[in-house]
Each structure stands twice: as structure tokens, then as C-alpha cells.
Design a protein around this ligand. Structure first.
Ligand code: SER
Length: 313
């Protein structure tokens, strides 16, 4: 029997592409998109949509019962830069939505959950290069604290109540269909838009700030591969490290210059610099490779080609 899937936060950067991909794969009718606000026209026209506040347990339970939902992808969250401005709102959104979904699974109202974690779970005392799966974490941002706590709760609900929850620590994600909002890695999307519209970009991170990044197609494939894996293969029930590439603002600028020679980048670091400085520069994803066969496909050159080609259309 085909299982109905609910995507919470379907209008966001990841949610939009996840919704499209799942609808292509399984048909539109069984993929229910939801968000606190409506999304772009393409998304709204692509299948069923519900306005939903994921921090409202009763409303969530009602949608799950109405559509006979079996699987939930919880993509709603407040990202790192915005969370520093609104700490309590970020904590409430990021944690209460997770508890609501975990509790639905504990009560056997749904049977599988995807919840995204982030490289933000790491902090200034974490080894920065090739950061291992298990290491010192000590996140120093509101967002990172919420993601690390979330990881602990996912593992707890799995061990204690048998909840089938799966998670990935996403690096900065680069995509052309929907803009990210409120993150520290957002520059790596904005830069492509500005390169095409203005031929110049002012980076809010320093020239030499190396961060782990990934093209959205890789991130979506990782998510679906993890969700489709046999449960016995999933040894990590907090969240898996995954990796594709690492680069600095000047390296991405250089890759753009190959196609747009007149493009110029300038630097005006702001408060997001401190957040970036507390995160790893590269990630060791050997556990994900070993347990469920993860392999990235997009490097910086291929990402730049995809971004410029699609944004030009
Ligand atoms: N891309 C996110 C952010 O910058 C990290 O998960 O907040």
C-alpha cells in the first residue's frame, strides 16, 4: 500500500525541492505539502497544500488524521542568523515542532520521521578539519543548541520508544528554485543571483572563510536514500554527517569568473562571521558512506554551472 507523506515547511528552501521530488516519484496526491504561509505558484499548483503551524499539536494531529499520513518530513525551522535575533522564538519553533512530530510517532499515529540537523551542532572547540561523526560539539549559537538538543531527543525517542526517526547534518545548501532565509551560508546562493543581475556581490563573510557546502540535488538524494534505507543499516539515530565540498567566498567568486569575467566580489563581514567561525570547515562523512552508501556528486564547478545555467533561464 502506498503511504501518504506530510512535508512540514514545504515552502522553504529544502521543503520546496523535496516536495517536487517526492511528487515526481510517488504522484502528487499522496504528498501533502504544508507550511505556515503559502509558497510560490509552482509549488502551490503542484498538489495538495495545508496551512499548518507545526507548533500546534492539535492542528498537526488533525492534518495527519485527515490525510492518513504515515511519514513526516519536518523541514520547518528558524535558521542560524535569524535565531540569534529571536532566541526564544527559535527555540520554541525548532523544539516544539520536533516534539510534536516525535510524540505523534510515539503514539503510533505516524511510522517514520525525517528531521534535519546541521553542521551548526558543532562549535568553536570542535576539530575544524574533517570533523568526525562523534567529537566535541558544544555549539555556540541558538540554532546550533536547538539542533544538538534535537539530535539528543531523536536518539532518545528511538531508543526508548522505538521511533523510526532519521536525520542528516546538512552543510550549507545551494539551490536555484527557492532562496534560503536567515542562514549563515546564504551568501553562497545570493552570490549567483547578484553575479547575474549586478556583476558584483558584497560578501558578509570574509574572503578566507571555508565552510562545508552541498548542491541541493545531492542533499535531496541523501535525504531520500536515508529514508529508503533498511532500518537495520541505520546505526546513527541522532544525525549523520554528510559532505560534498568546502569552499571560501573567494573560491566561489573565482568559479563564477570563469563564466562571467567581469564579476567582482567585495567583503563586508557582519555578525554572521562569528557564526561561520564557530563551524567546521570540512566534514568527515565516512559513517554515512559505510552505513547507507552515501556518495556526493556535485563539486563546486558543477554547482556553479548548474546555478548559472538555471538562473539565466
Ligand atoms: N544553512 C544553515 C544556516 O546557515 C545551517 O544549517 O543557518
Amino acid at each position: 500500500m502506498q503511504k501518504n507523506i506530510l512535508i512540514i515547511g514545504a515552502c522553504g528552501q529544502i521543503g520546496t525541492e523535496l516536495t517536487f521530488t517526492l511528487r515526481e516519484k510517488h504522484g502528487s496526491d499522496i504528498i501533502i505539502a504544508s507550511d505556515i504561509r503559502e509558497g510560490n505558484e509552482n509549488l502551490m499548483d503542484s498538489g495538495p497544500f495545508e496551512l499548518l503551524d507545526a507548533t500546534d499539536y492539535d492542528a498537526l494531529e488533525e492534518v495527519v488524521a485527515y490525510y492518513e499520513i504515515d511519514e513526516v518530513y519536518l523541514m520547518a525551522a528558524m535558521l542560524s542568523a535569524t535565531a540569534e535575533k529571536f532566541p526564544m522564538r527559535a527555540w520554541n519553533l525548532n523544539m516544539n515542532s520536533l516534539f510534536n512530530v516525535l510524540n505523534l510517532a510515539k503514539e503510533k499515529k505516524i511510522s517514520k520521521i525525517f528531521w534535519p540537523s546541521s553542521i551548526a551542532v558543532f562549535g568553536p572547540n570542535t576539530p575544524r578539519d574533517n570533523t568526525p561523526q562523534n567529537t566535541i560539539m558544544e555549539p555556540s549559537t541558538v540554532y546550533g543548541i536547538s539542533k544538538q538538543s534535537g539530535e539528543r531527543w531523536c536518539e532518545y525517542y528511538h531508543n526508548k520508544f522505538g521511533v523510526d526517526v532519521r536525520s542528516i547534518r546538512y552543510p550549507g545548501l545551494i539551490s536555484w528554485k527557492t532562496m534560503p532565509g536567515g542562514g549563515t551560508t546564504d551568501y553562497a546562493v545570493e552570490i549567483y543571483h547578484k553575479a547575474l543581475s549586478d556583476k558584483t556581490y558584497t560578501s558578509f563573510l570574509r574572503t578566507d572563510t571555508t565552510l562545508p557546502m552541498m548542491f541541493m540535488d545531492d542533499a535531496i538524494r541523501a535525504t531520500l536514500e536515508l529514508m529508503e534505507s533498511d532500518p537495520d543499516k541505520i546505526k546513527v539515530r541522532s544525525a549523520y554527517n554528510i559532505a560534498a565540498m568546502s569552499f571560501t567566498p573567494s573560491e566561489v567568486a573565482e568559479s563564477i569568473t570563469v563564466q562571467i569575467p567581469e564579476f567582482e566580489i567585495t567583503y563586508e563581514p557582519d555578525s554572521r562571521q562569528a557564526i561561520a567561525d564557530s563551524w567546521p570547515s570540512s566534514i568527515d562523512d565516512s559513517e554515512a558512506r559505510k552505513d547507507w552508501g552515501w556518495r556526493s556528486e556535485f563539486d563546486l564547478e558543477r554547482t556553479t554551472n548548474e546555478m548559472l545555467q538555471n538562473l539565466r533561464k
